[in-house]
Design a protein around this ligand. Structure first.
Ligand SMILES: [Fe+2]
Length: 191
């Protein structure tokens, strides 16, 4: 029997190197993000306990997560992030793409594609691109604009815990009002 200090079958360092190579060679096109998602799933399943790796990450979800790759100016950020039960995020966008894989819990995750009205700033039409409930090992992505709108919503009584890979610095761009079909600038915060 080996100990907990044994190197995992697939490490954060190996995954980060794979993501960098993929982004450099192919760009963040949907097919590349699919492949990155497959490897993110491998990291969740074979990377050891990700919730104890890296450094503590304070964020606005109310539950301290972990930074697994957090470098200023880097092409992407990797974290363990929690979303509390019964507190869906607002419908929001990020400037760049993202890929997530559930570590524990259940999450309804919805991605929309936006079609802004060039004649009416602040107005947009949102069309659902993907929607479903995810559990451990499930992977979904959002893409660069216009398919960069989404909502995370933990299901049940427990928080959902995600491995979350986000392009750029992961900053939010806009927050949307689904009923009104409007959006406004997001307050600066990740996830
Ligand atoms: Fe987000």
């Amino acid at each position: 029997m080996t100990t907990g200090s044994t190197k995992p079958a697939y490490s954060v360092e190996e995954f980060v190197a794979y993501v960098q190579e993929t982004i450099d060679s192919r760009g963040a096109v949907p097919e590349a993000l699919d492949d990155i998602g497959s490897n993110l799933r491998r990291l969740v399943m074979e990377g050891g306990d990700l919730t104890t790796q890296g450094e503590p990450a304070e964020n606005a979800t109310g539950i301290t997560g972990r930074w697994l790759h957090h470098v200023p100016g880097a092409d992407f950020q990797l974290s363990v992030t929690y979303f509390p039960a019964n507190h869906p995020t607002p419908v929001h966008s990020h400037y760049r793409w993202g890929v997530e894989c559930v570590i524990a819990g259940h999450e309804r995750f919805t991605v929309w594609e936006r079609e802004d009205d060039p004649d009416s700033p602040g107005k947009t039409k949102l069309t659902v691109f993907s929607d479903g409930v995810m559990t451990r090992g499930d992977v979904r992505a959002w893409h660069d604009p216009p398919r960069n709108v989404h909502r995370q919503w933990a299901q049940g009584d427990e928080p959902v815990c995600l491995a979350l890979l986000m392009g750029g610095d992961g900053a939010r761009q806009h927050v949307f009002d689904l009923d009104a079909g409007t959006y406004e600038e997001a307050a600066p915060r990740p996830s």
